[in-house]
Structure formats: structure tokens, C-alpha cells
Design a binder for this molecule. Sequence first.
Ligand code: MG
Length: 383
Amino acid sequence: MTFSAVIVAAGSGVRAGPGQAKQWRRLAGKTVLRWSAEALLAGGAQKLVIVADSRARPLLDMAMKGLRGWTTTPGGATRALSVQAGLAALIDRPADEPVLIHDAARPFLGAATIQAVLKALEVADGAIPALPVADTLKSGALESNVVTKPRNDLWRAQTPQAFRRDRLLAAYAAWEGPDEPTDDGQVVERHGGRVVIAPGDPMLMKLTYPEDFAMAEQLAGRARITRMGQGFDAHRWGPGDSVWLCGVEIVHDETLIGHSDADAGLHALTDAILGAIGEGDIGDHFPPTDPQWKGASSDRFLAHAVDLVRQRGGTLVNVDVTLICERPKIKPHRAAMRERLAQILDLPLDRVSVKATTTEGMGFTGRGEGLAAQAIAVVETPA
Ligand code: MG
């Protein structure tokens, strides 16, 4: 089932204390907003609308760098208006397509919750993730007599909440104040719709108060795993006058022979990244039997591997490439190679390493029959 999604990130989050609004704060190196956006995109959202203050556009672009499939629209004065603005930006999607409305301040969204609300929506007008209330509930003012309230049928509603887009729009159009809805389920309920509960997730806590961030930072570390991949490649020397290595063309009295541009450095690195995420090897993605890759510039293979990492909500941490040859001398070109790799990978320079060694005349590289390259890539992905 296809679905689209709206993240409401237009709020100023005053309860979370001074400083930047909470959606722009970082958890384990990523903005709170990006955590949610990656989860929805990795969970299969065909289109994601982020409702954000247009003045925050530079923050948004920085937070979403490298992610595809999203767009943004300015928010309204209230959450309700912001949600409706987000829905309006989905006009190119089917009117009855399920749409998930998510609060930016709930970063730890898992694939199971996305699937649960979509499933529950099949037999309802709305589906919300919710958790039973565990604490005993009291009613009364601070330092006054209190009354214990039954809690057996009470739930704590979370997001993302799922609806058919046309159904939710109709419900919003019919909403009559003076009160403001605090979630979208409420809007569909009051419009006579059937809203059902799907299993919520304790990890989907809403970051509201300053102390929530300290707890979230701990959880963020635990929610990620580090993966490592290695790659190796070799190509044969042949007649030519330049060679491509790590994305840089070097004038040389021979060239490397291969179906693509034979950039062994980029090939080894591409395999390392694919290896880290268990995505096979370069030949699986770009078969050498396919004529469209003949003479292809290998930076697109590398960019594709990085794209796959991002699509699963991962980030590249660092890479290390070793070129093995007697000639050409690599050292004069190392800085340019690192810069080129950093550019393709969108990494800071100190997380990109290029090294070179000879094999002191031994073996196929020593005899000048070919050049070899090996690489390691470290990737972080959701656990
Ligand atoms: Mg190769």
C-alpha cells in the first residue's frame, strides 16, 4: 500500500527551554526532525511534506541534506492550519491515499508503528498509535485534595496518525471552534469518523521538556548500530595516456582496462559501502554485461551506494582507501583524491582517507601488470 506523510515542524517549542526550537536540535549528530523524516522515507512514504516556517528554510535544508522524496510548505498560525497546509501540498497524490501525520518532536519512529497504523486504517477512518496509561491518574489542583480517576480505558495518543487524505481534509473543513484540536484523530472523531487504536511504542516519546532531551540522547545512541564493509578491486594496465583513480584523472603512460572507467579505487570503495549494508557488490547493481555502463564514470556507482545507505536511514561515518601500485606515484594526487571523494560522499575531509603503497616489485602490482585497491567503509544505520 502506498502512502504519503506530513511532518508538522512549524512549532516554536517554547516548553523545551531556551535556544533553538526542538525540531532543529541534534540527537546523536542528527536533528530531531531528520530522525522522523528518515524513518518515514525508509518506511516507504512516497512523498513527505515537512510543514516548517519558511524563515527556517536554511535549517531545513541543512537538516535534510542528501535525503530525497520530500518537499516543504509554510506552516499556519496553529497546528491545525499547519496540518491542512501539509495536506494541501499533497494535491498531486491520489485523494484517498493514506497519509501519516507526524509530530516532528517524536524522533524515534519505527517501521513497526508505520505498518501498524496503515494496517489499522484498512477498516477505519483513522488509526492512531497509543499506549495504555500505566500511572495512576489523579484529578485536582497542586497541593489540594485529589480524586483518583479510573484509567482502564484511557490511552496516550502518539503520532504518526493515519487517515485517508480526503477524509481528513473533509473533517478539518467541518471543524468548528472555539477549541483547537490537539491531534488529528480528534478532528475525524468529531466529524463522525471511526478512529481506532494501533499499538503505540514507548520509544515514540514526545520531546517536550529540557530533560527529555538528555534521555533522548541516551536512546539515540542505542538506536543506531555501526557496520563495517570492505572492498577489493584490481584492473589490468593497457595502452593509454591517463588513468582514473579515486575520481581523479592522472596523466600516465598507461591506462587501466575495464568495462567502465576502471577506477579501481572507486570500485573498491563502492563495494566497501555496499558490503557495510549487505547490498551485494558493484556487479549486482551495475552488471558489466549491461552496455549502458561501458565507459561509465565510476563516481555514479559510488554515489548510488551512498544513496542506498541514506535510503535506509544510515549515514556514512568514514572511509579509507589504499591504492596498490608501483606507478604512477599517488602522493602528488592524494589531496585531490581525498577532496573528490569527500565531495561525492558529502563527508568532511578528515573522514576520508586515501593511502598508497607499492608491493616492492612483488606480485602482479609489483610487475606492473595491474593496479589493486582496497577500501573500508564505516556506516551507521538504525538498529
Ligand atoms: Mg573494477
